[in-house]
Design a protein around this ligand. Structure first.
Ligand code: MN
Ligand code: MN
Length: 468
């Protein structure tokens, strides 16, 4: 054998034995146009759905338009029937009945529609040194220093004393005022600059500027600026200070979703973790017509604070719904769970060349390489992780390869660098074969997060293939 032939054999061997992840832009450059178009809808969705309640509302509007009607446990099952279950306006389940009986299992796709943000404290409004401010308590994991000097909008709802529910929204519409947390000027920040980064702004420094003009008449008031703010809120929403105690008011970045980069290849927006998976899962859910297995899309709340509470995945919410779903067919819930497969659709950390040292490059996800299949999450030795089995991985890899979905695998950073969890474990704990699949994100949990349009589009393709 000549030297040349030997090299050829080696090449063949390498092609046969080695594996590498693909780049969508290199494999299928023509897909960008479709991805770009798909992301127009995605950006609109993000601008309308900045809180969990708004996300349920907008998802429900889209689902109803696609023919989903309110779930009724007495209704007949027939393939193609579509129903929704709205849990307290804060989480949403969409079901499309399949050909196979429920006892053979369903296909779950679960994503979370809450994102890190700043919630008002129960008694939030105060005046200090002639300024009116709101005290906040952050929701989810944030780098607090990132939230100063960022324009914020006020979202949420208030239950008035008479029981009327009032929706609150200030700062999103053109021309509306916005809010902000002040930060110290650099000239006087000598001591602040020496704080550890995690204390750049402290929790009790995340105070939102509400007003500066006092309420004036013949009388002297103790807190006239606060009074003015209360008057304006009362004029607009009919609320009083006591009503803050019956409210959920959330402050989120006012920024709208935009294209990022000269090539417009990325989306920059608030709340992409995990509304990117919510939107792609929702699109897949409304497009599935008569699936083989019944599809159950769960858009859940509370993930960012541990999934506890009756709108989160650690609660009985899903089990109760599934029991209702089974009732008519007589299927046993434990059989349904045991035979089901579940995609836990959540984002993963995209490799960032500027902070390369926290990533292990071979096992990181990269922009434009498609949805990330994440076998396990967790921290300190996979603690609190679902850790999908080889069989489950095989099943999902086959789905994607059969349907020409370019995908990648990834871990959340280097071993012992940090870590994080998803809702996969709550489905695994229900005896369902589960794995994580979602979009890689840059600057995750920042007020402005970045995704790649090709990844968003291919994640939608993956979810669609899963439901087929
Ligand atoms: Mn998150
Ligand atoms: Mn997430």
């Amino acid at each position: 054998m000549s030297k040349k032939d030997a090299k050829k054999d080696g090449q063949k061997l390498s092609e046969r034995l080695c594996f590498d992840f693909k780049h969508i832009g290199k494999e299928y450059p023509e897909q960008f146009k479709k991805a770009d178009k798909f992301c127009e809808g995605y950006k609109e969705f993000l601008d309308k759905a900045k809180t969990e309640r708004e996300c349920v509302k907008e998802s429900l509007r889209i689902a109803k338009e696609a023919g989903f009607t309110e779930f009724d446990r007495e209704a007949e099952h027939y393939p193609g029937r579509r129903a929704y279950y709205n849990n307290r306006g804060k989480s949403l389940i969409l079901v499309t009945y399949g050909d196979k009986p429920l006892s053979e299992g369903v296909r779950f796709n679960i994503a979370h529609l809450d994102s890190p943000r700043l919630d008002l404290k129960p008694y939030p409004l105060y005046e200090q040194d002639e300024l009116a401010l709101f005290k906040t308590h952050y929701y989810g994991g944030i780098k607090k220093y990132q939230w100063g000097t960022v324009p914020l909008s006020m979202h949420g709802m208030v239950v008035l004393k008479d029981g009327t529910k009032v929706e609150v929204s200030v700062g999103e519409k053109e021309g509306e005022p916005q809010f902000v947390i002040s930060d110290l000027l650099i000239h006087l920040a000598g001591k602040q600059q020496e704080r550890p980064l995690k204390e750049g702004l402290r929790g009790e420094e995340l105070n939102i500027l509400v007003g500066s003009i006092p309420y004036m008449d013949e009388e002297d008031y103790k807190e006239p600026v606060k009074l003015m703010a209360l008057k304006l809120l009362n004029d607009k929403y009919g609320m009083t200070e006591e009503d803050f105690l019956r409210a959920e008011i959330e402050f989120v970045p006012s920024v709208k979703a935009v294209d990022i980069g000269l090539d417009r290849s990325m989306v920059g927006a608030y709340g992409q973790d995990d509304r990117v998976c919510v939107y792609t899962a929702l699109m897949a859910a409304i497009e599935v017509d008569k699936p083989e297995y019944t599809t159950v899309t769960v858009l859940t709340d509370k993930e960012e604070i541990g999934s506890d509470g009756n709108t989160g995945m650690a609660s009985m919410m899903l089990d109760h719904f599934m029991e209702d779903l089974c009732e008519k067919s007589g299927a046993k819930l434990r059989d349904v769970y045991k035979h089901s497969v579940c995609l836990s659709s959540d984002v993963n950390a995209a490799y960032d060349p500027t902070f390369a040292d926290v990533f292990e490059k071979n096992n990181s996800s990269f922009l434009n390489h498609g949805p990330v299949l994440t076998k396990y999450t967790g921290s300190r030795g996979k603690s609190s992780s679902n850790d999908a089995s080889a069989e489950t991985m095989a099943q999902f890899i086959a789905f994607m390869e059969e349907n020409d979905v370019i995908w990648q695998a990834g871990e959340l950073g280097k071993v012992d660098e940090g870590g994080g969890g998803t809702i996969a474990m709550f489905m695994g704990n229900r005896d369902v074969d589960t794995v994580d699949l979602g979009v890689p994100v840059l600057s995750m949990h920042a007020p402005f997060e970045i995704t790649s349009k090709l990844d968003v589009y291919y994640t939608y393709k993956a979810y669609k293939a899963f439901y087929k």
